[in-house]
Design a protein around this ligand. Structure first.
Ligand SMILES: [Zn+2]
Ligand SMILES: [Zn+2]
Length: 280
């Protein structure tokens, strides 16, 4: 499969000269299965989803968008996804089932409707279906999507694992493992859901909002430290770590310096950057 990193910034977009190399779009990954021409699976709909339109060769998006959760940085791109907002688009949008009797569309529309935004989700053009899902395994053509509840702050949040049968990645962009205990290094517990998602994956793509040097377990804003991701990868047998959901004020220079601190890690560590393409 081919994975395009369309948005790797966390919290809010980060445009400007200091953010060119790692990029400023918020969360979005696009997956193209082996043998397919264009992406059919998108994880998260941050501002990076605008870049997916370019990968559709002029066609409409026909596939699935799975949201990890409904925070702004994971949904704000949705109405600007031109490949999905056209009459011939066919989109199945999945989000963690909100519970409490709310349906998925109504919950999404709380953040995307007047007066917050001019239109509601079901005014997007094309055939859109909105579904709340529970944790479990979903088959999407030749790809599978495994969803698990993971701790974060402010709303139900999933981590995902995408597999094509021979390769797999885990995606936990917003994760607060200290909610489940300090873990061996004080950076959070290596809990069952995180271990299952990351078990033996080719790449663990993980929240790196914090680094150990600025991490305060009492002031996480729902996020993890990069060093936790490396420890999780080691505990779960992941082959490498790709750090993402970069804090919006971390410049290219600062991120380069932070990456240097991982040169002796037990697993290879890289930083995700907008526009990067990974073939597995
Ligand atoms: Zn986020
Ligand atoms: Zn979040």
């Amino acid at each position: 499969m081919r994975i395009t990193l369309c948005g790797t910034r966390g919290s809010t977009p980060a445009p400007g000269l200091d953010y060119i190399r790692y990029g400023g779009h918020t969360s979005c990954l696009a997956f193209t299965a082996d043998g397919a021409e264009v992406p059919e699976l998108i994880l998260d709909a941050g501002t990076g989803i605008r870049e997916v339109t370019r990968q559709l060769n002029g066609g409409a998006f026909r596939g699935t968008i799975a949201l990890t959760h409904l925070h702004w940085d994971h949904v704000h791109g949705l109405p600007f996804f031109r490949g999905g907002d056209r009459d011939d688009a066919s989109v199945r949008l999945l989000l963690p089932a909100p519970g409490g009797g709310s349906d998925a569309l109504a919950t999404l529309a709380r953040g995307m409707s007047p007066p917050h935004f001019p239109i509601t989700p079901n005014q997007l053009r094309g055939d859109w279906q909105f579904s709340g899902i529970e944790p479990g395994l979903i088959r999407l053509g030749s790809l599978t999507l495994l969803a698990r509840d993971i701790p974060h702050k402010g709303g139900r949040t999933f981590g995902y694992r995408v597999s094509d049968g021979s390769h797999s990645i885990a995606y936990l962009p917003d994760h607060c493992p200290t909610d489940l205990g300090p873990g061996p290094a004080g950076l959070g517990a290596y809990h069952d859901a995180a271990l299952e998602l990351a078990d033996g994956v080719d790449i663990l793509m993980h929240d790196s909002f914090w680094y150990a040097e600025d991490f305060d377990p009492k002031l996480t804003f729902g996020h993890a430290a990069a060093e936790y991701a490396v420890g999780l990868a080691e505990a779960a047998g992941a082959q490498r770590v790709m750090l993402l959901h970069h804090r919006p004020d971390r410049t290219d220079t600062e991120l380069d310096k932070l990456l240097d601190s991982f040169h002796a890690s037990g697993v290879p560590v890289t930083l995700a950057a907008d526009g990067q393409v990974i073939c597995l």
